[in-house]
Design a protein. Structure first.
Length: 209
């Protein structure tokens, strides 16, 4: 109405802005992660939670990963971002690769197989575990561990992001590893960091030591 010259002043100018109280970011502490491990009944269980911890992938990105996509020498894995619709690189540390290799041996498949990385435990064991299956598997692990708090796939992303900052990394470094879209014009159009930068973030702030 002010732009249309119907009134001279905006009556809302004198109203104090609404104060939004932000909740703390939900994440797992180290004790939560250790307790969650107690609920791992199958080889796939431990491989899955270590994979989610190390890569911080969205559950919808997991089904597309094939065994042969993983470079087991470097831990490098190139994935297609569910939200960004772009390829990005994540990494597996030695701990996660150890449990993934144990799971693959239990399945009787080689590291060069074109089968999906995570498959069903029953029925067609070559069929990829879909996003709902990833969610259900993690819920089952938490239930068996007797967790008294909500555990869900996205919690691993939040935990990895929080740990990067706790260990001395910046918010931007956290976003870079999680594959968040750049927040400003310079990062979107003029700055190229590359996989080496992401790998440094992984080794400095994500990798289990």
């Amino acid at each position: 109405m002010r732009k249309e010259k119907l009134i001279n002043e905006n009556p809302c100018d004198g109203v104090d802005p609404y104060q939004v109280i932000e909740k703390p970011i939900d994440h797992m502490e180290a004790t939560d992660v250790e307790k969650l491990k107690l609920g791992c009944k199958y080889k796939r269980d431990r491989a899955l939670i270590e994979f989610m911890r190390s890569t911080a992938m969205r559950r919808g990105e997991v089904p597309a990963v094939k065994i042969s996509d993983i470079d087991f020498r470097s831990g490098r894995l190139v994935i297609f971002g569910e939200k960004t619709q772009k390829y990005r690189t994540v990494f597996l540390d030695n701990v996660s690769m150890h449990y993934i290799q144990e799971y693959l041996r239990d399945r009787g498949v080689s590291e060069g197989s074109r089968e999906p990385l995570f498959t069903h435990l029953r029925g067609d064991k070559t069929k990829s575990l879909d996003a709902d299956g990833v969610y259900a598997s993690i819920k089952d692990i938490a239930s068996r561990a007797g967790m008294d708090r909500r555990i869900y796939p996205h919690l691993f992303r939040k935990t990895t992001a929080t740990n990067i900052c706790k260990r001395g990394g910046s918010v931007d470094a956290s976003g870079e590893y999680l594959g968040h879209a750049p927040r400003n014009v310079t990062d979107r159009h003029y700055t190229y960091k590359g996989d080496r930068y992401v790998e440094q973030i992984f080794h400095n702030f994500v990798e289990a030591v």
